[in-house]
Design a protein around this ligand. Structure first.
Ligand code: S3P
Length: 171
């Protein structure tokens, strides 16, 4: 059975909706950020602070390569997973990929001033969200098999949309 990969920006509900989908469908759940946090023995914010983003991206790629070998899982990724083509090539080998898309305005409203997200740290939080979204939109679209726009939806409503989509595939 194929994995289901959720991609999208920070605040797009990849983790919260993914967890619900796993719960409701009985499929195993992986969250690359959780795996990394455990591996690091510290928060992602702390890891960025000490070792920097390039080191984080290397470790993220290793985790993606490992998780890509699973099957039948729901996989929530970090927002930057699309920055490396090798991540997506590995993950997409045996997966359906869904891009959870939302406007910068929706993301900003969900992100609690960027707390816990090192790339959004500091002043100009809203501007950073807009910039990262515009830099990455084409990548999210490129790797997506499907796009779910979840502006105005809760994570639970997003999960229901994902489940609807999976059911169509299982038909
Ligand atoms: C990142 C997103 C974060 C986390 C890290 C970098 C990004 O994950 O991987 O802070 O580059 O967009 P979430 O998308 O789960 O917040």
């Amino acid at each position: 059975m194929k994995n289901l990969i959720l991609i999208g920006m920070m605040g797009s509900f990849k983790s919260s909706a993914g967890k619900l989908v796993a719960l409701k469908t009985g499929r195993p759940f992986w969250d690359t950020d959780d795996v990394l946090t455990e591996l690091f023995g510290m928060s992602i914010g702390k890891y960025f602070e000490i070792y920097g983003e390039p080191s984080f991206r290397e470790k993220e790629a290793e985790v993606c390569a490992r998780i890509a070998k699973e099957s039948g899982c729901i996989i929530a990724t970090g927002g930057g997973v699309v920055l490396r083509d090798d991540n997506m090539t590995a993950l997409k080998e045996n997966a359906l990929t869904i891009y959870l898309s939302a406007t910068a305005k929706s993301l900003v409203a969900r992100l609690n001033q960027g707390k816990g997200r090192p790339l959004l740290d500091g002043p100009d939080f809203e501007k950073k969200v807009e910039e990262i979204l515009s830099e990455r939109t084409a990548l999210y679209e490129k790797y997506a098999d499907h796009i779910i726009v979840n502006d105005g939806l809760t994570s639970s409503e997003t999960a229901d949309k994902i489940i609807e989509l999976i059911k169509q595939y299982d038909k």
